[in-house]
Design a protein around this ligand. Structure first.
Ligand SMILES: [Zn+2]
Length: 317
């Protein structure tokens, strides 16, 4: 379990545990992929670890059971299909009524808690209203506004911020990613380790060369071909890279900061000289609005076509 950062959040929980003042329910909020669930798992492992030395020891049977998600006192709920169903909540409720089997308490982690449908949320509410003894719940969510306020108000909220870029770069380099790529990944993933690690590296190269093509005056047919190719990629990744490149132009123009996408620094320099600040801001706004549409769009190819033609328009002439 590689948790990077979030020392403050863990310290807060450890302190509460050592004073026997843990809240019965916490909600961990923050962007996807920053380590919320990992923090809850790490906390569970420490809590169950039986080592006399530093915890977690990663050696004792308790630690190993948590690591393999096999600890009888650790209940992890995640959406089976789209929703977290009432059957899942009920099963958890009946199991927390029993005594802890091996650990000092039971720990329940509800991942993507906003996926509880209204029936399961209602049934969870009962658990929160009358918390069973020695049971601690951790609701994990990047969309707390989608949880009923009645649930949120019964949980203590701990927020997880995106990681600082330099911490993320150091971590990525420790995972054998070269410095240049690590800097780009950290920049485009908005401080989310999960996103940085799942980023398809070949997509970066593709987007960079396609953007250079567009800036160099690509034909309409080239743009259509790019849009078709991108429609097979993860939309959010492509848009994050595009946004990163246009932020580079803005930063170079406004603050004279060197481009993150150093392989295309010459082209970025050209564009930052050529485009007015308002056009650069407009382009960034166009990409952001595509990001907002990305989750609901049925036709990714059309989304990219529209976006690329708009961007190409501002570079022409
Ligand atoms: Zn241990």
């Amino acid at each position: 379990m590689d948790l990077i950062g979030h020392k403050q959040q863990l310290e807060l929980l450890r302190k509460a545990r050592s004073m026997a003042r843990l809240a019965h329910a916490y909600v961990f909020t923050g962007p996807d992929g920053v380590g919320k669930k990992l923090a809850a798992l790490l906390f569970a492992k420490e809590t169950f670890c039986t080592s006399a030395g530093p915890r977690p020891c990663d050696e004792c049977p308790q630690c190993k059971k948590v690591e393999s998600m096999n600890h009888p006192d650790l209940i992890i709920i995640s959406a089976e299909k789209k929703d977290i169903t009432i059957d899942q909540t009920r099963q958890m409720q009946s199991s927390v009524q029993k005594f802890a089997m091996e650990g000092p308490c039971k720990i329940v982690i509800i991942d993507e808690a906003e996926r509880m449908n209204s029936a399961s949320a209602n049934s969870l509410l009962k658990t929160l209203e009358e918390p069973p003894k020695d049971t601690y719940l951790f609701l994990i969510t990047s969309r707390p506004h989608m949880l009923p306020p009645t649930i949120i108000s019964r949980c203590q909220r701990i927020s997880f911020s995106p990681l600082p870029t330099n911490e993320l770069v150091t971590y990525l380099v420790s995972r054998d990613i070269d410095n240049k790529t690590a800097a780009i990944l950290a920049g485009v993933s908005g401080g989310s380790i999960g996103m940085a690690l799942s980023f398809p590296a070949d997509v970066i190269g593709d987007v960079v060369s396609a953007v250079e093509g567009v800036w160099g005056g690509a034909q309409d047919s080239d743009i259509l071909e790019v849009a078709q190719r991108w429609s097979a990629f993860d939309t959010n990744s492509v848009l994050a890279i595009l946004l990163g490149i246009y932020r580079d132009i803005a930063l170079l123009k406004n603050a004279n900061i060197l481009p993150l996408f150093s392989s295309m620094s010459k082209a970025i320099e050209n564009e930052s000289e050529k485009l007015s600040p308002s056009v650069i801001q407009e382009n960034i706004a166009i990409i952001k609005s595509a990001q907002a549409d990305a989750d609901t769009t049925y036709n990714k190819q059309l989304l990219f076509e529209e976006l690329l033609f708009k961007l190409a328009g501002s570079h022409a002439g």
